[in-house]
Design a binder for this molecule. Structure first.
Ligand SMILES: Cc1ncc(COP(=O)(O)O)c(C=O)c1O
Length: 395
């Protein structure tokens, strides 16, 4: 079964799209839902009381409920819509986590989960600790525990799946260990919602950040899950219209969650579209998505292995979707340019993960990132184009 027919991009383009880690293509049902909002009931939510405004509010809140159930949150008040994972992390970093003495991250974080901590004046060993890794980029749980032991009541912020290498962290285990030492955990789910079932109660995380555009939905929409028992302790990091119960010249009384956290007019169409993308994933099921992607990932790895001088940084164990490599003695940027000329869309560079590139003593990699709509044909086309690029650069 080809899923590409549900994505208009593939009808309109002859590009082999393998840059899903950067953003995914958008479903027709998502685009239709946005168009429907803008052309038939465009109105603001939670304010006016006429028909279309009420309809927009109902659809917006239904989307919140959908996301709540989709990730198995207890209550829809635990779901706060944001612009995406970057905003979700910045929100929690600058409110709940800012006063934690120590923040602990992994070696494989995206800049979105590094820069906000630096902006608070933290640096390595001074308010910020980085957990190392073992073979195949496996998170070093022993080192993590010893950092936690020395730094109780820390704030742990780690990615679920590495955008650069596809490594999957055992986030349930990370939460269990962190809680043992009275610490809190935020999971960066930017690279996971499109690939793996998320159950926030089972994971037992305190915060979980998701992104719409990495999940077949529009850009500019995402969310942060906040565990119910922490909702009252999280301060809003911006305030304004729609967040308040009452305002006088003297004081403002805020509404309860989620409204006190969603200041100003939201990305209403984006939120409605996001739920449509989740509906589609629900219809296919994660079992099918994971199976398809796993087969593609293995095939990609095995085909790459046949190319002389390929340098891998990890194998396929406990990894999914994002595959990074280099070709000995060739520059990744040159490969990227030659692949683009052959209509292959991939990403070359540091993938917003410069510290891990530094650690590996490389400037960047060639990254192929898969989604469930990719197929073996895409990989074959990519491999042919890659071989051609290598030949041109070497001859
Ligand atoms: C692991 C990871 N975290 C955070 C982000 C930022 O997400 P967003 O684009 O939703 O702000 C990305 C985007 O590439 C990512 O891969």
């Amino acid at each position: 079964m080809s899923y590409k027919k549900f994505f208009p991009y593939f009808k309109n383009s002859d590009i082999t799209y393998l840059d899903n880690g950067a953003t995914t293509q958008k479903l027709q049902s998502v685009i239709d839902a946005e168009l429907e909002y803008y052309t038939h009931y465009c109105a603001n939510t939670h304010r006016s009381n006429f028909g279309d405004a009420n309809k927009a509010t109902i659809y917006y809140e239904e989307s919140r409920k959908y996301l709540q159930e989709f990730i198995n949150a207890r209550n829809s008040s635990e779901i706060i819509f944001t612009k995406g994972v970057t905003e979700s992390i910045n929100f929690i970093a600058s409110s709940f986590a800012k006063d934690c003495k120590t923040v602990i991250i992994s070696s494989l974080e995206h800049h979105s989960n590094i820069v906000p901590w630096h902006m608070q004046g933290r640096s390595l060993g001074d308010g910020l600790e980085v957990v190392g890794y073992k073979d195949n980029f496996a998170f070093d749980y022993e080192e993590f525990e010893s950092i936690l032991k020395e730094n109780r009541k820390s704030f742990v912020s780690v990615t679920h799946i590495s955008n650069a290498f596809g490594t999957i962290n055992d986030i349930k285990k990370i939460c269990e260990l962190a809680h043992k030492y009275d610490s809190y955990v935020m999971i960066d789910g930017a690279q996971s919602l499109a690939h793996k079932k998320i159950d926030v109660q089972d994971i037992d995380c305190d915060f979980f950040a998701v992104s719409g555009h990495k999940t077949f939905a529009p850009t500019g929409v995402g969310a942060i899950y906040i565990k119910q028992k922490l909702l009252k302790r999280v301060e809003p990091y911006q305030t304004g219209g729609a967040t308040i119960k009452m305002v006088t010249y003297n004081e403002s009384v805020l509404l309860d969650s989620p409204y006190k956290f969603e200041a100003g007019t939201q990305n209403i169409a984006g939120v409605i579209g996001f739920a449509k993308a989740l509906e589609f994933i629900n219809d296919i099921g994660y079992e099918e998505i994971e199976l398809r992607e796993y087969k593609l990932y293995e095939y990609l790895h095995n085909e790459l292995k046949k190319i002389p001088d390929v340098v891998f940084y990890n194998n396929t164990k406990d990894s999914i979707s994002n595959k990074s490599f280099n070709i000995e003695a060739l520059i990744h940027d040159d490969i990227g340019i030659l692949l683009d000329k052959q209509k292959i869309a991939i990403r070359v560079g540091h993938h917003c993960a410069m510290p891990i590139m530094d650690k590996l003593e490389i400037k960047g990699t060639i990254r192929v990132s898969l989604a469930f709509y990719n197929d073996f044909d895409d990989i074959d086309k990519f491999i042919i184009a890659l071989k051609r690029a290598i030949k041109m650069l070497k001859d």
